[in-house]
Design a protein around this ligand. Structure first.
Ligand code: GDP
Ligand code: IMO
Ligand code: MG
Length: 438
């Protein structure tokens, strides 16, 4: 049996505001791991994986499930809308992906109910212009209930009598809140029957996933932790309150899966060659409309789940430095390099100025973040196509200079470069830590 903590256990995290290309990266790495495990968030995530010209969008099911024979876990730190999960499993089945015997759902994960979606939408409407721009999936209200200790978990759903009692109690409490705050009761008719029916579809997946993963690691099986959202959307460290309601950073893998931090052997951070953000909130390097439209068109920057146009901006090294620190990033993946193939000049934010002073740390508050001015360095573009290149030495010189600049500024290796959405549009430079994990 290998020594505890030595088995390969690598976390993949978003280093920006989500949609960095984690799905593609996890899919690429997953062939070298036994398990992929999702530790936070819910079906607010949309992880796109493309191979053989087929596009899969995964929301809650880890991307590693697309690798035949590999096992996948949805951990206790995730929130689960069981109806959405069943719909996702149906889609996978239609695409020929059979999850039987290799997808495991935590018995401790909290459930999302339709009233969470209603509360999400009502809270957003009440905020008016200050709305967060959530995905309206009920994620925030479900985590609220979990923290308020009135959440209902998968293990309770599987015990009809216990589930009925809990649900009735919660509905009474929720209705009182909804009536007082929004003037109407919630839509709860038929909820019990609906959830008990769905329970029959997921019962076979349910397991104590913390025991499962720790036993797997004990016996030498490797695990890839799949982050959702991104560092700047983390509830504790992101641009609060314009964040999601869970811990997206690598530490979330430990709490969200019940795998001790001492067992995590490496962290991969994923960044685009530029920056995007969906929803409201500060975005220091956001581009002027015309530039943003061009990047959005070339990068097809529309939400994988909601179809919303993504806001586009230049790469922000203050954000990435912060992300490196918070996550302990050992290796950085740069995706969507090809989107800059026709770009004459590329701006990179190297620091912030606030009221005329240089600041190097990420300000904690939205008020400061909306007033800071980014300091840019301008680098030449390469004006050559990059898709199809498989060796980093074959990249145009200006593209290599751009990557080296990022790596030097952040003092971190670039372990992978992505030049297209397809699985094989990927470069893994030799001799990197990331290459050693394959
Ligand atoms: P995730 O949430 O981090 O998994 O990212 P999304 O899947 O939401 O968004 C990333 C989008 O970029 C998807 O449409 C991917 O297919 C696409 N993509 C990933 N890597 C590349 C790349 O290197 N080049 C291009 N052009 N598209 C990419
Ligand atoms: P992946 O895993 C990008 C954003 C929403 C909103 C905020 C709060 O695909 O990278 P929520 O519905 O979570 O309460 O919304 O967080 N958001 C994401 N943005 N990618 C995601 O996931 C996101 N998940 C949530 O747009 O601004
Ligand atoms: Mg996404």
């Amino acid at each position: 049996m290998p020594e505890q903590g030595r088995t390969k256990a690598i976390a993949v995290v978003g280093a920006q505001w989500g949609d960095e290309g984690k799905g593609k990266v996890v899919d690429y790495l997953a062939s070298s791991f036994d398990y992929t495990a999702r530790y936070a968030g819910g079906h607010n995530a949309g992880h796109t994986v493309m191979f053989n010209s087929h596009r899969h969008v995964l929301q809650l099911v880890p991307s590693g499930i697309l690798r035949p024979g590999k096992k996948a876990v949805i951990g206790p730190g995730a929130v689960v809308d069981p109806g959405a999960l069943v719909a996702e499993l149906d889609n996978l089945k239609k695409s020929g992906v059979d999850v039987r015997g290799r997808l495991f759902l935590s018995n401790r994960a909290h459930l999302i109910f339709p009233y969470h979606r209603e509360m999400d939408q009502a809270a957003e409407a009440a905020r008016g212009a200050a709305k967060i721009g959530t995905t309206s999936r009920g994620i925030g209200p479900a985590y609220e209930d979990k923290m308020a200790r009135r959440g209902i978990r998968i293990c309770e759903l599987l015990e009809p009598d216990c589930f009925r009692v809990k649900l009735e109690r919660v509905i009474a409490e929720k209705n009182a809140i909804s009536l007082a705050a929004y003037g109407h009761a919630l839509e709860t008719a038929g909820l019990l029957e609906q959830y008990l029916e769905i329970a029959a579809h997921i019962r076979g997946l349910v397991a104590d996933t913390s025991v499962l993963l720790n036993s797997a690691l004990d016996s030498g099986e490797s695990v890839l932790f799949e982050g959702a959202q991104g560092t700047m959307l983390d509830i504790d460290h992101g641009t609060y309150p314009y964040v999601t309601s869970s811990n997206a950073i690598s530490g979330g893998a430990a709490t969200g899966l019940g795998v001790a931090p001492t067992r995590v052997t490496g962290v991969v951070g994923v960044t685009k060659a530029y920056t995007t953000r969906v929803g409201s909130g500060p975005f220091p390097t956001e581009m002027p409309d015309l530039d943003a439209e061009e990047v959005r068109a070339r990068g097809n920057e529309f939400g994988a789940v909601t179809g919303r146009p993504r806001r586009c901006g230049w790469l922000d090294l203050v954000v990435l430095r912060y992300a490196k620190m918070l996550n302990g990033i050992d290796s950085l993946v740069v995706t969507k390099l090809d989107v800059f193939d026709a770009q004459p000049e590329i701006k990179v934010c190297t620091g912030y100025r606030y009221k005329g002073q240089s600041i190097t740390e990420m300000p904690p508050d939205v008020e400061t973040l909306t007033q800071i001015e980014p300091e840019y360095k301008t680098l030449p573009g390469w004006k050559k196509p990059t898709p199809g290149i498989r060796d980093v030495r074959d990249l145009p010189t200006a593209a290599r200079d751009y990557l080296n600049f990022i790596s030097d500024q952040l003092q971190v290796e670039i372990g992978m470069i992505s030049t297209g959405p397809e699985r094989d549009a990927t470069i893994v430079p030799r001799g990197t830590k990331l290459a050693s994990w394959l």
